[in-house]
Design a protein around this ligand. Sequence first.
Ligand SMILES: [Zn+2]
Length: 51
Amino acid sequence: MTSSQTHTFVCQECRRSIEVDGAMRATLLETGCVVCGAPVTESDIADLQTA
Ligand SMILES: [Zn+2]
């Protein structure tokens, strides 16, 4: 199975946009934004969709 889905994280504090995979997503939720350290919630990370 390929569960390496790509997500786009946009920090509400520093407005930085970062593409993350599943593992990085979990890390962000746990440790916060890698740029400014602001807390990250699930709603800050969206699945990449071609809508
Ligand atoms: Zn940030």
